[in-house]
Design a protein around this ligand. Structure first.
Ligand code: SF4
Length: 326
């Protein structure tokens, strides 16, 4: 635990911030990974090095032939498809509990989407088709409800906030599951109420019924079912309208004590958030200051207001990519 936050288990492409293992001997810089490093438990992997390629090395590419997609190395023509698939299977089989993945964008091995697919080797342009890299595809296939992002997408504040929220909430739930305690599940659900309201009212209701029904099932069963619902609920980012509703709901708890000017300030922050001009953390920060001022214990316990450590709010935005939201 760091400042009351559990450390999420993250698997990352090794060339992002960790080692200079890219085909050209370089390393990739990522603000999101840099600030996550002291707050998370990272396992790193370079699938191309793991299958025996050196650094530097001739680049590889995804090629479509009549038999399907192949991973081929330009220059040598080596077909690395089977080696990469076997490595990905063995590596993912051996992983313990993982809360999220950060993969190198557009890599033919690690990429999760937008990887160029070529018609052959040599000087040929890519096909129009794009997809996942070989290792990236294996991750997504094996962990469909676990957050997977690439370092490029994490430059967008909306995507980043959603990813951090999922990471730290799933890491927190892992501790609840380990405790095997229904009491811990009830406390967790209570703390998640606003967060779930923002992501999915339907899942909030279903999970509430599951927690209330607890005498009817064994704790292990209830915890496993709750986890499935939680992962589903957090899969899509919260809709701005739902977040505004949650914040207005919270405002109702403190509105009697605030001035007209303070209320107008918050409503302006909400307007700017709704227009996509500031991240969710901007109006949340305003409401949090009111929670602290009025010592509102119920609101103070809501993970919605602090789903991940404060240090992670401080990364600049790429200024593009709202269209990148899945
Ligand atoms: S993208 Fe993946 S395979 Fe390529 S250098 Fe980075 S970690 Fe290694």
């Amino acid at each position: 635990m760091m400042n009351g936050f559990p450390e999420p288990n993250i698997v990352s492409s090794r060339c992002i911030e960790f080692e200079s293992c890219r085909w050209n001997g370089l390393r990739i810089s990522s603000g999101a990974v840099k600030i996550l490093r002291p707050l998370a438990d990272f396992t790193t992997v370079c699938p191309e090095v793991e299958i025996g390629l050196g650094v530097p090395r001739p680049p590889v590419r995804v090629v479509r032939d009549r038999g399907g997609l192949r991973l081929l190395q330009d220059e040598t023509g080596a077909d690395l498809t089977d080696r990469m698939r076997s490595f990905a299977d063995a590596f993912l089989d051996g992983l313990g509990e993982v809360d999220g993945f950060i993969l190198k964008e557009r890599s033919p091995s690690c990429g999760m989407k937008n990887v160029k697919v070529y018609p052959g080797l040599g000087k040929t342009g890519p096909l129009h088709a794009r997809g996942a890299g070989f290792f990236g595809a294996a991750v997504i296939g094996r962990f469909p409800d676990t957050p997977v992002e690439d370092e490029g997408r994490l430059n967008n504040y909306g995507i980043r906030e959603h990813f951090f929220t999922r990471l730290f909430t799933l890491a927190r739930f892992r501790e609840v599951r380990r405790s095997g305690s229904m009491g811990a599940l009830v406390a967790f659900h209570t703390a998640c109420k606003f967060l779930l309201m923002a992501h999915s009212e339907g899942e909030l209701r279903a999970l509430g019924a599951l927690v209330a029904n607890r005498p009817r099932r064994r704790a292990a069963e209830a915890l496993a079912e709750y986890e499935r619902g939680l992962r589903r609920a957090l899969r899509l980012p919260p809709k701005p309208g739902a977040c505004v509703n949650v914040l207005m709901h919270a405002l109702g708890h403190v509105s009697r004590g605030i001035s007209g000017r303070e209320k107008a300030f918050l409503l302006d922050a909400l307007r700017r958030y709704r227009a996509g001009r500031v991240p969710l953390s901007a109006p949340v920060a305003v409401v949090r200051s009111l929670i602290v001022r009025f010592e509102e214990p119920y609101l103070a316990g809501q993970l919605f207001f602090a789903p991940f450590p404060e240090e992670l709010v401080e990364v600049s935005d790429s200024g593009k990519g709202r269209e990148l939201w899945r």
